[in-house]
Design a protein. Structure first.
Lengths: 219, 219
DNA sequence: TTTTATTTTTAGATTTGTCTAAAATTTATT
DNA sequence: AATAAATTTTAGACAAATCTAAAAATAAAA
């Protein structure tokens, strides 16, 4: 079946919301889509009739197996394009989201298969998010929150939860990016802030909110 | 100013039509756009009010300077993406048109500038069509129609006028592509067909319609 | 130069995705 | 459990892009 750009955006958005909450509700989706609840309801009816959603009036909704498949295909395209933009065209990783939002709706399957090959079958996008394969399988990484890392252990930054411009600005300041190695030197009881060593730089201190936003994995 | 996908398609189509005829008329555009004359008229009014068209009711229309600029930007994007698809992703040159039709509407200017650089600033797309630069300047090539080539001269195929699947199938059969060198051995009076040598292959005979469809330039 | 044929435009309807305002339903509070 | 508050849905409207059918304008033919 074929979906409009608008339908694909709703499906993708529902997918991301239900990752957290299991079930999604109308207002949350409206907020995330920057639209009105009434518009959401209209779309829910349509997606429901296309068997993309399990939807009970007034009681929330979630994707069907088929809906999840469509969502994963859009997510896959988005992340492969982001990888292309950063690794091949030299964009900064915090500048690629909007462009990938457009590119993810290009329909050709052969295009995306060839793009994946051309990029060397990457498993994670420039933000550290996993790229689903053509069957919708998502690569897993044993990652832990930086705030819970053991003292004196070294690990590698694998993803960033909050990717707002504000957060990315901070990370740029600390020279922390996906792939940076981080050693935890000290944990301050007072406010939970951490003394860390990023790569070969002098040690520095990051606040607890920043730490909680970073996920790392052991080499 | 910003244009919808539909507007961009109309603008591009008018650009191509007026290359031949100077002035464009409603029915011709409707045929090319695979739509109805009434729909075309609606769009003409809109584009006219946006100063994209010089349009006199019942008397045809053509692009303004500004309209031509928009058209060239879309053509530029289309041809750069075609180049990418063939040279980087390994598509056959006759399989890329539909995908480029979608990609040409991605809006980011920075994207297209970086793409151009990444591709090594190509001047011609895989069909031999010139790629306008970011100012709308179109590279020129001194090309002549193969049917008018001098006897025993060798030249290089630089573009193909009719790019229908039927024509491309024929060219594939003769192993003729952009960049192929062709030597004209004999011109048959009877029907204008030509005996030619393609690269290092044994000589073969092509019909006049095929010859007229091919443009070549001297090295 | 009328008449006929073709082309183009208008008028009004349709589809998709959106909106506002009001009604219906569920959840929370007293 | 009754009432208030919040959420969700319906009803009806609107803009963009398309369509059909009919009217208007132009071009061609008798």
């Amino acid at each position: 079946m074929n979906f409009s750009v608008s339908e694909e955006n709703y499906i993708k958005c529902i997918y991301h919301l239900q990752q957290d909450t299991g079930m999604v509700n109308t207002n949350a989706l409206a907020a995330e889509m920057q639209t009105k609840a009434a518009s959401v309801t209209d779309m829910l009816k349509k997606l429901s009739s296309k068997k993309i959603l399990q939807y009970e009036k007034y009681h929330g909704f979630k994707l069907t197996d088929n809906g999840r498949k469509v969502a994963l295909s859009v997510v896959r395209k988005h992340r492969l394009w982001e990888y292309f933009l950063v690794e091949k065209l030299g964009f900064e990783w915090d500048k690629v989201h909007d462009i990938a939002e457009e590119l993810e709706h290009i329909s050709s399957n052969e295009l995306i298969e060839r793009l994946q090959q051309f990029l060397g079958n990457p498993s994670f996008d420039p933000h550290g998010d996993p790229i689903p394969d053509s069957n919708g399988k998502i690569p897993k990484l044993n990652q832990v929150n930086l705030a819970t890392l053991q003292l004196n252990k070294t690990a590698v930054v694998s993803s960033v939860a909050n990717q707002s411009p504000q957060m990315l600005e901070m990370l740029k300041h600390y020279s922390i990016r996906i792939g940076s190695s981080i050693k935890l030197l000290k944990r301050f009881e007072f406010d939970g802030s951490l003394e860390i060593k990023v790569g070969k730089q002098a040690s520095c201190i990051i606040s607890e909110p920043i730490a909680k936003n970073l996920f790392v994995h052991y080499e």
